[in-house]
Design a protein around this ligand. Structure first.
Ligand SMILES: Nc1nc2c(ncn2[C@@H]2O[C@H](COP(=O)(O)OP(=O)(O)OP(=O)(O)O)[C@@H](O)[C@H]2O)c(=O)[nH]1
Ligand SMILES: [Mg+2]
Length: 206
């Protein structure tokens, strides 16, 4: 199980498959240099980041799904731990950021579905919403995507959100963490905080 969470009343979590850019995003939001890597599975236990005297913490959770050199059992354990962590802290989690790779996500989802499996991203999106956590899908690596609107509409479709994607701006945020193009995500998170009357936390996301 994951230990060492700072005792904070508000939290925003980054979740997603391996190698989608969660740690890169965390660095962009906090200015702190977390380990990121070419190899999936770099982050194996949560990275927490908080500020002295502030009742808020960002958490970068380990990636799930395929990881080279990590066997099936270990992957399942990581995923179970992530689910449990989110359930245990659902009261504190003001928003969940499900990070996906904008170029690869739809193909991976379709591949799993064609095999009769539930795709990790679809499962995690449903789970976060079921637990009652306002969720933003950060569609990352958009710098690599040419057919932007088509990709985003297809992703909405797979997540059960009727298109066009533009009507889901508080849920679908196309970004490039690497290029520091994060405004759609910052705005979506700000909207969710405002809805919860937590304007006091806006400074952490915008
Ligand atoms: N092209 C592009 N690459 C990116 C972007 N964001 C992250 N990457 C790259 O994707 C790779 C994985 O990034 P990480 O931040 O380590 O991914 P992660 O989701 O934390 O991975 P795990 O810890 O394994 O779950 C790195 O090589 C990043 O530089 C982006 O917006 N565009
Ligand atoms: Mg990471």
């Amino acid at each position: 199980m994951f230990e060492g969470r700072p005792d904070r009343d508000s939290e925003i979590v980054f979740v997603g498959r391996s190698n989608v850019g969660k740690s890169t995003l965390m660095r962009a939001f906090t200015g702190h240099d977390f380990t990121t890597g070419q190899k999936p599975g770099v982050t194996r236990s949560p990275n927490h980041y908080d500020w002295a005297g502030q009742d808020f913490v960002f958490t970068d959770l380990p990636g799930f799904g395929f990881m080279e050199g990590v066997d099936e059992d270990a992957r399942e354990t990581i995923k179970t731990d992530i689910v449990r962590y989110i359930e245990d802290h659902s009261e504190e989690i003001r928003a969940g950021v499900l990070v996906v790779d904008g170029k690869a996500a739809v193909d991976i989802i379709d591949r799993h579905e064609s095999r009769g499996e539930i795709p990790h991203d679809v499962e995690m999106f449903g789970f976060l919403r079921e637990v009652g956590i306002p969720t933003v899908v950060a569609v990352n690596k958009m710098d690599k995507v040419d057919d932007r609107d088509e990709r985003l509409d297809a992703l909405c479709d797979r997540l059960g959100l009727p298109g066009p994607w533009q009507q889901w701006r508080d849920t679908i945020a196309p970004i490039s963490a690497k290029r520091d193009q994060l405004d759609p995500l910052r705005e979506a998170l700000a909207e969710h905080l405002r809805e919860q009357n937590r304007d006091d936390l806006l400074g952490f996301v915008v």
